[in-house]
Design a protein around this ligand. Sequence first.
Ligand code: DC
Length: 226
Amino acid sequence: MSDSTRQIVTIDGPAGVGKSTVSRGLAHILGFTYLDTGAMYRAIAYGCHSRGCDVSNGDEVAQLLPAFSISLRAPDKPDDDVRVYLNNKEISAFIRTPEMGSLASQVSAHGPVRSLLTSLQQEIGCKGKIVAEGRDTGTVVFPYAAWKFYLDATPENRAQRRVKQLRENGEEADEQNILSMIKQRDTDDKERSLAPLKPAQDAVYIDSTTITAAQVITLMLSYISL
Ligand code: DC
C-alpha cells in the first residue's frame, strides 16, 4: 500500500462529541475530502423508516437495501453539513434530527447494512486524502489509516452542546430527553456485536469536554505530518 493511499485521518467517537465540526475543519486545512459516514447510516434509516419498515428488524431492512443508492455531495458553504441524496433525491433536511440518529443507530447494527456502507466508504477513500468520521472508521473501514483519533466527552457535556446547536437552529430541545437519547445511543453503539464503537488500538484519545473544537484541531494537527 502506497503512502498516499494511507493519507487518511479517522475520527471516531460517540454522538454529539463534535466530530463533524472538527472533521470538516481539519479536512479544510489539510485540503482533504471530508467523509461523513454517519450521514450514510442516517440515509438508510430515513429510507427504511419512510417506507414503513421496522428498522430493528434486520431481515426487513436487508430486503430494502438493493433499492437504495446513496450519494454525498459537498455543501455550498464549507461550514454546512454534507448534502445527502437517496435515489437522487436530496434528503439532507430530514436526517439530522436526534430521532433519525437513534434510527440510524438501530439500522447500523445489521450486518448487511454495515457491509454495504463499509464497501462504499472504502471505495470513496481508496485514493487517500480523506478525513473520515464515524464509529468504526479507524477500527474497521480504514484500519491502515496513517492518523487515527478517538474523540470523547461526557454525556452531559455532549447533551448541552446538542441542545445549544438545536436551539441556534431555531428548534426546540429538551435537555433531559436529549441526554437520555445520547446515553441510549452510547450503549447501542458500544455494545453491538458488529464494529462496536471503541478506540482503535493505535488511535490518539482526545477528551474534548473542556476544550474547544479549534483546540482539538490544533492538537490533531500536531500529530499529522504530510
Ligand atoms: O455520527 P452520526 O450521529 O451521524 O451517526 C448516526 C448513527 O450511525 C450512529 O449512532 C451509529 C451509526 N454509525 C455507525 O454505526 N458507524 C459509523 N461509522 C457511523 C455511524
